[in-house]
Each structure stands twice: as C-alpha cells, then as structure tokens.
Design a protein around this ligand. Sequence first.
Ligand SMILES: Cc1cc2nc3c(=O)[nH]c(=O)nc-3n(C[C@H](O)[C@H](O)[C@H](O)COP(=O)(O)OP(=O)(O)OC[C@H]3O[C@@H](n4cnc5c(N)ncnc54)[C@H](O)[C@@H]3O)c2cc1C
Length: 287
Amino acid sequence: MSYNIIVLAKQVPDTKNITGDAMKPDGTVNRIALPTIFNPEDLNALEEALKIKDEYGAKITVLTMGPPSAAEVLRQSLFRGADDVILLSDRKFAAADTLATSYVLSLAIKKIGKFDLIIGGRQAIDGDTAQVGPQTAEKLKVNQATCVNDIVELTNDSITVNRNTDHGSETIKTKLPILLTITAEANTPRPPSVKKTLTYKNALSLIEKNDYDEEYLKSNKKPFVIKNWDHKDINAKTERCGLTGSPTQVKKIENIVLETGNFKNIENSASGIKNLISELMSEHIIG
Ligand SMILES: Cc1cc2nc3c(=O)[nH]c(=O)nc-3n(C[C@H](O)[C@H](O)[C@H](O)COP(=O)(O)OP(=O)(O)OC[C@H]3O[C@@H](n4cnc5c(N)ncnc54)[C@H](O)[C@@H]3O)c2cc1C
C-alpha cells in the first residue's frame, strides 16, 4: 500500500545566531533580524516520512505557515525527496499563537483532502510549546501520538509506535489516519540529494516572484512553482487567524544568561550522591 503523508515543517529563527533585537516592542518576533533555519525536529519528521516512502511508497506533501521567506523550508524539502509543497502565507496569519497556527494548518489539511499520516516535529525551537501538533489533531478529530522515537509497524489501517513519556517510554498501537510528532532521536535526517537540488533549485512561490527577473520566468526553463495559499484559499475566518485569533500573546522575551553562583563540593560516595539528591528534591529542583 502507498501512503498519503502530510509533513508539518516550520521555518524558525536560528536561536544560536541571533543578530539584533529578537523581539519587536509589540512582543512579536522580529524575524528580519534573525537568520532562519529548518526547525530541527521537522527535519526528523520529514525523514520519517521519507523512510516510509522508501519502504512502502508514499506521496509526501510538506506544509508550512510563515512569511514568504518560509518557501526556503519547502525548497529544502524538495531537495530531500518531498513530492509536493504548500506555503501558507498571508499577512492575516502573522504573529499567530499555537491556537491560530493549528487552525490554519487544519483548514489547509482539509483542503489537501485524503491523508493516512500527518507527521510534525515534537516542538519548534522558538515557541517551544509542542502544542501545534496535538491542537491540529484535535481540530481534525484524528488520533495522535506525540514524542514518537520509532515507528515499529505500519499496516494498511494501523500503526505501532514507541514514544517517550515523562517516566520512560511506551509502545502504542492505533488506527490510521493519525498525527505523529517526532523527536530528534528517531532518525538522522538525510542530506539534500544533488540531483533533486539541481531539479528544484529555482522552485519559487509566486509571492517570491519579484526576486526573479521577468526574462528568466519567460524563458522555457519554467521553474517549479510553489503553491501559496492565503486565508481565502482555505476559507479561514480572519478573526481566528494571526494576532487577532491568538489568545496567547508573548508579553516579553529576555535572553537568560545562566551564571554560575556559589558552588559546593559533593563527597564522591553513595551517601554523598544520596544527600545531593535529597537536597535537590527538598528545593524542588528535581522530582
Ligand atoms: C519565545 C516564544 C514564546 C511563545 N510562547 C507561546 C505560548 O506560550 N503559547 C502560544 O500559543 N504561542 C506561543 N508562541 C507563538 C508560537 O511560537 C507560534 O504560535 C508558533 O507558530 C507555533 O508554536 P511553537 O513555535 O511553540 O510550535 P510547536 O507547537 O512547538 O511546534 C510543534 C510542531 O508543529 C509544527 N508547526 C508549528 N508551527 C508551524 C508552522 N508555522 N507551519 C508548519 N508547521 C508548524 C511543526 O512540525 C513543529 O515541529 C511563542 C513564540 C515565541 C517566539
């Protein structure tokens, strides 16, 4: 059986290389000042989809909601083996919290139609909430399994996965269709293929078209056009999109620099460790 898989991928600020003010005075992310990357665990999500495609056959559609520059995440997905890509970009989607983000993603998935699996990353390195996957599954009324580190078995109508829990891990079997969120330990993402990179290096979304000279677009080397859907294309209610549709607004963000305070020598013995653990528990640092 060949599977229809939708991968959720986000373009995120490269939080390791922040240049300039990360936040605007209104509490939204100053994305201009931040170099962007493919959200790391979304590369693991894409890799999990590609492994299913290698083993069983699949059509992989990658979906991202973001500014026009987020099309780069979709090019990177095509370079690795995605079959189709869709950019959800509209000023009305800007500054969305997880509720508004999952609303838009769920409407786009309804527009795509039939799917067996939706695969996203466990969490994004900027918002770090890990909420979008489960919220999207709820809106689509489909099964979900989060923090998946291994797909044990996949059949025509069921899936068995290993997932991390707060107390270790568990193995669950459930019915398709399903939404999975994948952790970094699940796999090692494959690099872009040279052949696919040459094929799709000029893929562009129409909202990026301005970056390309008209002559080139008229030339017979027609680039792969990345579909861009706005709020009208997915019948979204604008009051449920972007900042308007976001009950959560980021008040303030501070860069926390962890400084070493006073330190204490711990006796290198079982009782030394035991005393350390009971001290950390009594201070509610662990446990
Ligand atoms: C510092 C900071 C703190 C924030 N705190 C909150 C908060 O407490 N509550 C809140 O509601 N919002 C918060 N936000 C806003 C939040 O980042 C955005 O709503 C964001 O679009 C989704 O949340 P997330 O980054 O936590 O993603 P997560 O829920 O961690 O993402 C999980 C997975 O969902 C998929 N996904 C997420 N966003 C997209 C997308 N745009 N396109 C495609 N797939 C996607 C990816 O597969 C991703 O791996 C915060 C933003 C910042 C920068």
